[in-house]
Design a protein around this ligand. Structure first.
Ligand SMILES: NC(=O)C1=CN([C@@H]2O[C@H](COP(=O)(O)OP(=O)(O)OC[C@H]3O[C@@H](n4cnc5c(N)ncnc54)[C@H](O)[C@@H]3O)[C@@H](O)[C@H]2O)[C@@H](O)CC1
Ligand SMILES: [K+]
Length: 480
């Protein structure tokens, strides 16, 4: 079951894997023609009523697969205003092949659309691109198509229906049969129509591997205010100073508005010294101890997400402090580094994203395996048992919440240098402030690896963690 947004992400991931949308459109059109043939005999009349988006484009292709029939392609709108290149190219192919087309450019002319004596109507006016109630001439055409005493095959979703909800903001086509693509859509269940799910050749990898499509639809709102994109608290430092500073800077580079770094007072000036962008809160003592947990909880109460672990060290007292913090906290937390080992023993209401490397995973009582797919299955079971999202760092990162498991293939051997894990924790934390845990972990791994790949292009083997910070803005943008 795929929502329209997930379908768009999968589609973009397929394109990145070398299966472009025009190829998918060819398969979609072919699949539509296959279903149409169930309703007609050679020589019968088929009319395809098409919009100017890719839903119409699917039907332009279908028309080429229906050469045994008396086919008519009706375009609602002017051919110059076909919205996408691939639909326009398929429209041009119809002209070149002399397949009969008509265009209805005047909204009053929709009455001329003669549906009498037609043996099958293909509804390709609107698919997942619909916004609001059908406008003219589509609204009138939808009424005409529904009223005709003829089988109606809808492309992807009946025009006017929202594929996510099954509801229509105005009137909509009542279809007999819906041909949808790759996977079914939540809104189709509620319809009184037969549904065919057509395999259009999207590789399983487009869903399994995190890709550029996963970055879509997460643009920051143009008029956002300070805080809308997240305020974070990083808890770290003590034996180390660089780790919390890297995590804090990664939080900001990944798009959050504010980052607070709570670290022992003994290292606070040094952490602050790395960057004037960090708001540093000194905690009493030389390491994080149980005596500062109330202070941490008070600071964590007001933020959107916490990153806990970078540079904390693994003293018994620090581990007790982390356990007490997680015990009492109910927000969202990225748990990294030495903080990870306490997770299996705490009973927390917080939503955790744990970011172990393979050694830390074993330290948490988790699985180990050399084979990626075997490890992925085991990580899924481990995440389900833990009740939290797990991101296992490796040559290929494995992300699972126990329900869905994703693999990330960005990144390179140069990233085994110290500090890149702190950057990852910060990026995931920033995303966790505004996104669901699995999405934050998947996109965080992809973006951090991508930043590492951009850095490796520039500096090769000399890569250091701060190089990643500089590339995060570029890694977060998408060409789509
Ligand atoms: N992976 C995918 O996403 C694939 C999508 N394909 C097809 O592409 C379709 C989506 O294409 P598009 O995104 O181009 O969108 P659509 O073709 O569904 O609709 C876009 C057009 O509808 C117009 N429009 C929007 N709301 C309207 C309203 N209320 N009244 C009248 N006109 C309205 C827009 O101005 C635009 O011209 C899918 O439904 C499917 O048929 C397939 O080709 C294959 C793969
Ligand atoms: K449609």
């Amino acid at each position: 079951m795929l929502t329209a947004d997930r379908m768009a992400a999968v589609d973009a991931n397929a394109a990145a894997l070398g299966v472009p949308r025009k190829q998918l459109m060819e398969s979609s059109g072919n699949a539509v023609a296959r279903v149409v043939r169930q309703y007609v005999d050679p020589g019968d009349r088929v009319i395809l009523v098409c919009g100017r988006g890719n839903n119409g484009g699917d039907a332009f292709v279908a028309a080429r697969f229906l050469s045994d029939y008396d086919v008519q392609v009706a375009l609602l709108g002017h051919p110059d205003r076909i919205g996408t290149d691939i639909a326009r190219e398929n429209w041009a192919a119809l002209q070149a092949a002399e397949i009969p087309t008509t265009t209805i450019t005047d909204s009053t002319a929709i009455g001329d659309l003669d549906l009498s004596g037609v043996d099958c109507i293909v509804d390709a006016m609107l698919g997942t691109g619909v916004t609001g109630a059908l406008r003219e001439p589509a609204a009138t055409a939808a009424r005409g198509i529904t009223a005709a005493d003829t089988p109606v095959v809808a492309v992807d979703v009946p025009s006017g229906v929202d594929a996510d909800t099954g509801r229509a903001a105005g009137n909509a086509v009542a279809a007999d049969h819906v041909v949808t693509f790759h996977d079914t859509k939540p809104g189709l269940d509620a319809l009184d129509a037969e549904v065919t799910v057509a395999d259009i050749g999207i590789p399983a990898a487009a869903e399994r591997f995190v890709g550029p499509g996963d970055l879509l639809g997460r643009d920051r709102v143009a008029e956002s205010h300070k805080g809308d994109n997240g305020e974070l608290l990083v808890i770290g430092g003590g034996p180390y100073t660089g780790a919390p500073a890297l995590a804090g800077q990664a939080v900001l580079r990944a798009g959050a508005d504010l980052v607070n770094v709570a670290c022992p007072e003994s290292v606070a000036p040094q952490v602050q010294g790395y960057s004037e962008n960090l708001i540093v809160h000194p905690l009493a003592g030389e390491e994080v101890t149980p005596s500062v947990v109330d202070d941490l909880l008070a600071r964590a109460a007001g933020v959107d997400a916490v990153v806990c672990g970078p540079g904390l060290g693994d003293s018994e007292s620090t581990r007790s402090a982390v356990a007490a913090f997680l015990d009492a906290y109910d927000g969202r937390v990225v748990v990294d580094a030495d903080a990870l080992s306490v997770v299996p023993d705490v009973d927390t209401d917080a939503t955790l994203v744990c970011t172990p490397h393979q050694g830390e995973l074993v330290g948490m009582g988790g699985p180990s395996a050399d084979d990626r797919e075997q490890l992925a299955d085991q990580v899924s079971d481990f995440a389900a048992e833990l009740g939290h999202t797990v991101l296992v760092k490796g040559t290929h990162d494995i992300i699972s919440d126990g329900e869905t498991t994703r693999i990330n293939r960005t990144g390179n051997p140069g990233m085994t240098v110290g500090g890149t894990g702190d950057v990852l924790a910060g990026v995931v934390g920033a995303l966790l402030a505004t996104e669901a845990p699995r999405a934050a972990a998947s996109v965080g791994a992809y973006v951090t690896g991508h930043a590492g790949d951009l850095a490796a292009d520039a500096v090769g083997d000399s890569l250091v963690a701060t190089d990643l910070l500089d590339r995060l803005p570029e890694a977060l943008t998408t060409d789509e």
